[in-house]
Design a protein. Structure first.
Length: 464
């Protein structure tokens, strides 16, 4: 292909929504003040806690084993295979119980609190099937609270959209007992450059992800430092749903485009080397795996899980590195009506002889990813995640299978679409199972005193 093969971009297209731009700039200032790049004690903590473990493998044979001491969950080397997993973790969340003000309630639109702030929809992120599951377990819908006169009992469980960052209602007596981790913690996964820093500090970047550069360093790259036969992706650090993702076939074209940005805009982007792809029917495809990061009611010892249902999302157009059609290179770039029907990895005929290995490798890659992020985020955010509530983050992890059959992490979404948006074509049972397993593992032990049942989730090894 000749030079000059580049998707034309408007200046407006490269600048993400202004509110996210401002928010990220504020985060960058805070990060520089608190973290200072790779320096200081935080780097030492990341190296000490992460080390360089080998990829964890799943043990077959269906043995039922005791939980790992101090965690209450089963390690990845001890549990059954994904298809046979039925062992429940021990009753870790029994130390947190509902108070008289915590109720199995939800509403669909936010009202105003007594302080004048909008009260968000407690389960605004859930799909319709997930809401129906809650109702089957005894949740009831109430009218959204409006104004200062409405007294609102506290929802015991929340799964909100990105626009909400709990805790927002004061002390734990008036805050959901099972809620998402604060965004100040999960941004170490959501922000593509912060994630790269976490992986690099843990010595795992080369094992997990493609080569990645900060936007401010792209112009200084030479062809000898980076020569990719498969092109490059210029990505917004906090872009979602395929927005602000641009493919370039060569480094010169990337640098030409980046040279038109000012310094502030460059700070908002990363450059990622394209992964040599495995193809199916001549098209690229991406894998969506769902991971769960959990801070239990007692202590700060976090646990990680990966759900057995891994989704395959084929691209809409035949692969060619020379193509400027975005749908060739980005899975979410076409209309859902024109996208191939998603299916599960275990049903993919092309890899039927290596599904178990690929599933184990997915768990290994995500274990290293979560461990690296926790090592960086926990020391910084410990005061924000203390307390007796169960905190969690349901993560949508995008991965690829390289041309030689290995798993590579592309990015992590901390508020993944559930049976809607870019995932609107996925069979609903996939998300029904995912949400039900989250409820039976984290929520019902708090609301109903039941023992946790991890269902289709598979526990990862210790996160440190």
């Amino acid at each position: 292909f000749g030079r000059g093969r580049v998707i034309k971009l408007s200046s407006a297209a490269l600048v993400f929504r202004s509110c996210q731009h401002i928010a990220l700039k504020a985060q960058l200032v805070q990060t520089k003040a608190r973290v200072g790049g790779f320096g200081g004690a935080l780097r030492c903590v990341a190296w000490r806690r992460c080390g360089s473990p080998s990829l964890p493998m799943m043990e077959a044979g269906g043995r039922e084993v005791a939980p790992v001491e101090g965690t209450g969950y089963h390690s990845a080397s001890q549990v059954q295979t994904c298809s046979e997993q039925v062992v429940a973790p021990s009753h870790r969340n029994s130390e947190v119980t509902m108070t008289s003000t915590h109720q199995k309630i939800f509403w669909h639109r936010g009202g105003s609190s007594k302080h004048g702030k909008i009260i968000p929809a407690p389960v605004g992120k859930l799909h319709d099937g997930g809401v129906a599951l809650l109702q089957s377990y005894g949740w009831r819908e109430i009218a959204p609270p409006i104004g200062t006169a409405d007294r609102v009992d506290t929802p015991v469980f929340t799964m909100t959209t990105r626009q909400t960052d709990f805790p927002c209602w004061g002390d734990e007596s008036s805050t959901p007992l099972v809620r998402q981790l604060p965004q100040s913690f999960t941004r170490h996964l959501d922000d593509k450059w912060l994630l790269e820093e976490c992986l690099a500090a843990a010595g795992q970047s080369a094992k997990v992800a493609p080569r990645t550069w900060h936007g401010s360093t792209v112009l200084a790259l030479s062809c000898s430092e980076s020569t990719s036969e498969h092109g490059y992706f210029l990505k917004h650090r906090c872009g979602v749903k395929g927005q602000s993702v641009y493919f370039f076939s060569n480094l010169a074209d990337v640098q030409e485009r980046v040279s038109t940005m000012n310094a502030d805009t460059r700070d908002l982007f990363i450059l990622q080397e394209a992964v040599p792809p495995m193809l199916v029917s001549g098209r690229k495809f991406v894998l969506r795996a769902h991971a769960l990061l959990v801070k239990p009611a007692a202590g700060l010892l976090m646990s990680g899980f990966v759900h057995k249902n891994v989704i395959v999302l084929e691209h809409a157009a035949t692969y060619s590195i020379a193509s400027t059609q975005k749908a060739v290179h980005v899975s979410s770039a076409c209309k859902l009506s024109k996208a191939p029907k998603p299916y599960l990895l275990r049903d993919m005929q092309q890899v039927s002889d290596m599904v178990e290995r690929l599933e184990a490798e997915i768990r290994g890659v995500l274990h290293l990813t979560l461990k690296a992020a926790v090592a960086r985020a926990l020391p910084e955010q410990a005061t924000r995640v203390q307390g007796k509530s169960v905190l969690y983050s349901l993560l949508g992890c995008d991965l690829m299978i390289s041309h030689d059959g290995h798993i590579v992490l592309l990015e992590v979404n901390t508020y993944p679409a559930l049976s809607n948006g870019t995932m609107g074509n996925v069979d609903q049972f996939v998300y029904d199972e995912l949400v039900n397993d989250l409820i039976t593992m984290l929520v019902l032990p708090v609301t109903d005193g039941k023992k946790p049942d991890i269902g289709g989730f598979v526990a990862l090894d210790d996160l440190g």
